[in-house]
Design a protein around this ligand. Structure first.
Ligand SMILES: Cc1ncc(COP(=O)(O)O)c(C=O)c1O
Length: 393
C-alpha cells in the first residue's frame, strides 16, 4: 500500500495500563493483578434481574438514539441529588456506551485540529489518546508540587490562545484526590475568565470516604453553558461490562455530540439501558453500600504500606492508591516488571498516567481483603529484595 493511514491514529499510543499484561508470562491465576479499574463485586441483584427480564421481554431492539426516555428521566432525577443544575431529560442527556464513549464524543465535538486541551497530570490515559485522535494537542499540567490538586495559578500558566477545553477528574484516577467546592469554584473563575469549555469526568463521584459524594465543577453557578458532565454505572454499580455512561450538558452541546453518537453507535445496548433504570432506582444506594467495604480495604492497604515504609497519596475517593517508589531509584516501569518477575504481583507504572506520574505506581484495591493481604505480603518481600540488592551494590 502506498497511501498512509490517518496520521492522528498512527501517532496515538496504546493504553499503558494494558501494557502491563504483556509482561505477565505466567498463567493469569498465578499472578495477582491489581491493575485494572474494575470492582470485584458483582452487579447488584435487582439490576441483573432487570437485564434478564429485558431479554425475556424482547427489549432487544434499537432504542431512541439519545437513550430510552424513561432512563433519561431517571438519570436527570438522580443527578439532581449531586448537581445544583437541573437537566432536561429530552434534550440535555445522552446515554453513551460507557463513560469512555462520552470522553471521545466531548473531545471530538469540541476540538478542531490544533486546539489545545488541558489535562491534569498524572491523569487517566484515555484523555490524551482521545485528544490526539481528534487532532488536538494535549497540554498536561504537572500537579506533583501541589499534592496532585490542580491550583488556579497552575491552570492559568498553561492557558494559551489555542486552549479550548479543560478536562477535570476528581475523585481522580490515579491519585484518589477529591477537590473541595471552594477549590472547584476558584478553577471555574479561571475557566470563565478565559472562556473555555470544561468536561468533568465524575465517574467516581460516589466512591468517596469522607463525604456522601464528591463536589463537581458543574455545580458552580454560571458554569452550565460551558460544562459537560460525564458519569456512568461502571464504577458506581460494578457494571463495567454493561457499558453504560451518560453525558449531561446544555442542549446546544448535547445536540452536537449526538450527531457523532448517532453515526458511531446508534444507541447504547437496550438490555443494559433497562438494567441501568433499575440500578439508578431500586439499586440507587449501591455505591453507599460498597463504600464501607472499600474503606476497610483502603485502610488495610495503607496500614501495610506504612509498615513496609513506602509513601503514598492518601486516597479520599476511588479505589486506587498512588504509591511513591522514588526511593528505590528505578523507574516505575522497571519497578512494575520487577514486581511481576520477583513477586507475581502486577500493578500499574505511574508513567502510564503521563510523564508526571513517574516515580509512582498505582495499586487498585478493588479486590477481596484476603487477596490484598497476599498481594501486600508479596509486595513486602519484593521490596525487601530490592533493598538488599541496593545495600549490596
Ligand atoms: C476516570 C475514568 N473515566 C472513565 C473511565 C471509563 O469508564 P467506562 O467503563 O464507563 O467506560 C474510567 C475507567 O477506568 C476512568 O477511570
Amino acid at each position: 500500500m502506498t497511501k498512509n493511514i490517518n496520521k492522528n491514529v498512527h501517532n496515538t499510543g496504546l493504553s499503558g495500563i494494558r501494557l502491563v499484561s504483556n509482561f505477565i508470562k505466567k498463567p493469569a491465576n498465578e499472578v495477582i493483578q491489581l491493575t485494572v479499574g474494575e470492582i470485584d463485586l458483582p452487579t447488584p441483584f435487582a439490576t441483573k434481574q432487570a437485564g434478564i427480564k429485558a431479554i425475556e421481554q424482547n427489549h432487544t431492539k434499537y432504542t431512541d438514539n439519545m437513550g430510552i426516555l424513561a432512563l433519561r428521566r431517571i438519570i436527570t432525577e438522580y443527578a439532581q441529588e449531586f448537581y445544583s443544575e437541573t437537566y432536561n431529560p429530552v434534550t440535555e442527556v445522552l446515554v453513551t456506551v460507557g463513560a469512555s464513549e462520552g470522553i471521545d464524543l466531548a473531545i471530538r465535538a469540541l476540538v478542531n485540529p490544533g486546539d489545545e486541551v488541558i489535562l491534569i497530570s498524572p491523569g487517566y490515559t484515555a484523555y490524551t489518546q482521545a485528544v490526539t485522535l481528534a487532532g488536538g494537542v494535549p497540554v498536561v499540567v504537572d500537579t506533583r508540587s501541589s499534592n496532585f490538586r490542580l491550583l488556579p495559578n497552575q491552570l492559568e500558566e498553561v492557558i494559551s490562545e489555542k486552549s479550548k477545553l479543560v478536562i477535570l477528574n476528581y475523585p481522580n484516577n490515579p491519585s484518589g484526590v477529591v477537590l473541595s467546592s471552594q477549590e472547584l469554584a476558584e478553577l471555574a473563575n479561571v475557566i470563565k475568565k478565559h472562556d473555555l469549555y470544561v468536561l468533568t469526568d465524575d465517574v467516581y463521584n460516589r466512591l468517596v470516604y469522607d463525604k456522601d459524594f464528591a463536589p463537581s465543577i458543574a455545580s458552580v453557578p454560571d458554569m452550565k453553558g460551558r460544562t459537560l458532565v460525564l458519569n456512568g454505572l461502571s464504577k458506581s454499580h460494578s457494571m463495567t461490562g454493561w457499558r453504560i455512561g451518560y453525558l449531561l450538558g446544555p442542549e446546544s452541546l448535547i445536540h452536537e455530540l449526538y450527531k457523532i453518537h448517532q453515526t458511531d453507535v446508534g444507541c447504547a445496548s437496550s438490555i443494559s439501558q433497562e438494567a441501568a433504570m433499575t440500578a439508578l432506582t431500586v439499586d440507587r444506594d449501591n455505591p453507599s453500600e460498597i463504600v464501607p467495604i472499600f474503606r476497610e480495604r483502603r485502610d488495610y492497604v495503607l496500614k501495610r504500606l506504612d509498615q513496609i515504609g513506602v509513601g503514598y497519596i492518601k486516597p479520599e475517593g476511588t479505589f486506587y492508591v498512588f504509591v511513591n517508589i522514588e526511593k528505590f531509584g528505578i523507574n516505575s516501569l522497571d519497578f512494575v516488571k520487577f514486581l511481576i518477575e520477583a513477586a507475581d504481583l502486577a500493578v500499574v507504572h505511574g508513567s502510564a498516567f503521563t510523564e508526571f506520574g513517574e516515580g509512582f505506581i498505582r495499586i487498585s484495591y478493588a479486590m477481596d481483603l484476603s487477596i490484598l493481604k497476599e498481594a501486600l505480603d508479596r509486595f513486602q518481600a519484593a521490596v525487601a529484595k530490592l533493598n538488599n540488592q541496593k545495600s549490596l551494590s
